[in-house]
Design a protein around this ligand. Structure first.
Ligand code: ADP
Ligand code: MG
Length: 339
């Protein structure tokens, strides 16, 4: 019997890995926007065509890449963000796996244009099937523009699995808004089919919420703040009268990263106690700052789940802080000394 094990070619290995990171157009949006944040951009523009199936383009005015960095960035495990295992416990950046661009190049046609401030001329790179097909100097503004064209063009099964444009666009907008909500100090815009869908000027955290959700929210928000030696908590909770029957306006960010956490959601719900009509969900946007060594973000490829070293005190702090805020701000009018 001959031996039967062989190593997969890179293009196949990359495609397999890409399946975990890039499930739909919205995943590519998240990865590219996070890269723009990590590059220190203050302006991030997202352009979408055909709900991301034809084009996802992210332009930023961040630090850009050198020609040789741009050449290597599509390799798997190519990253500027960590270099040794210990670094995993002090992560301050959104990315660190060095998987996103390699994944993108495996399942789409990618075009990168990038220039650093100190370089007179930028570089243009195009890829197809995980290989660079064009590489040449180009005139471009400082920063980076990445265009993801024809996502899943080479994986028909994946492409056929995509939902309607309305559904895919909803996912894209959700990712876009999570990032915009957690970075109010940056400018964001989103265009779909040539129409500007969002235009979000730099703002305070509260103004950003109002820009995203509508003017009526400015009267509905109660500030939440707590500083402890375990976490720092900041954000806003919605007045219970405006709680909705559907979910979708509950946001936790840990070190500016959007996460889902049923246990911490419960802490907030618990703080409202009987103030809520049963079956309704209050609005909240809560930012938790914590020592990166006390969490593990490397538990899931999309990083929307994280592990706390000890979640119980975090639960208790959130519950009591939200409760105190609700008590303090005109929830019970007779107790409202601040109006
Ligand atoms: P990761 O973000 O995990 O490091 P990526 O595959 O997303 O991995 O990106 C690889 C590398 O390419 C990054 O570490 C960064 O150095 C560079 N890069 C990607 N996007 C940008 C960008 N918008 N601006 C500057 N550099 C970028
Ligand atoms: Mg990245």
């Amino acid at each position: 019997m001959p031996d039967i094990i062989h190593l997969l070619p890179d293009s196949v290995a990359n495609q397999i890995a890409a399946g975990e990171v890039i499930q739909r157009p919205a995943s590519a949006v998240k990865e590219m926007m996070e890269n723009a944040l990590d590059a220190g951009a203050s302006t991030i523009r997202l352009i979408i065509k055909d709900a991301g199936k034809a084009l996802i383009q992210v332009s930023d005015d961040g630090q850009g890449m050198s020609a040789s960095d741009a050449h290597i960035c599509f390799e798997r495990h190519a990253t500027s963000k960590i270099s040794k295992a210990e670094d995993l416990f002090s992560i301050r950046t959104m990315g660190f796996r060095g998987e996103a661009l390699a994944s993108m190049a495996a399942i789409a046609q990618v075009e990168l244009k990038t220039r650093r401030e100190e370089d007179e001329i930028g570089i243009l790179i195009q890829t197809e099937g995980s290989s660079i097909t064009r590489e040449e100097p180009c005139q471009c503004p400082k920063g980076t523009t990445i265009s993801i064209k024809n996502l899943f063009y080479n994986i028909p099964a994946r492409r056929n699995f995509l939902k309607s444009n309305a559904v895919e666009m909803r996912h894209i907008i959700d990712e876009f808004l999570r990032i915009a909500l957690s970075h109010p100090d940056r400018f964001f815009s989103l265009h779909h089919e040539g129409q500007e869908v969002y235009h979000l000027p730099k703002a305070s955290p509260k103004q950003r919420i109002v820009h995203v959700f509508g003017h009526q929210y400015s009267e509905r928000l109660v500030p939440v703040e707590e500083d402890t030696n375990i976490i720092r908590l900041q954000g806003f909770a919605g007045k219970p009268d405006y709680a909705k029957k559907t979910r979708g306006e509950q946001f936790f960010f840990v070190n500016n990263r959007y996460i889902r956490d049923g246990y911490l959601h419960h802490a907030v719900m618990n703080a409202y106690e009987e103030l809520l009509v049963p079956g309704s969900f209050p609005f909240y946007v809560l930012f938790i700052s914590i020592d990166p060594a006390a969490i593990d973000v490397n538990v899931h490829p999309t990083k929307t789940e994280i592990k706390f070293e000890d979640e119980k005190p975090v639960y208790a702090i959130i519950r009591s802080a939200v409760k105190r805020s609700l008590g303090r701000y005109n929830i019970a009018p007779s107790l409202d000394f601040e109006a």
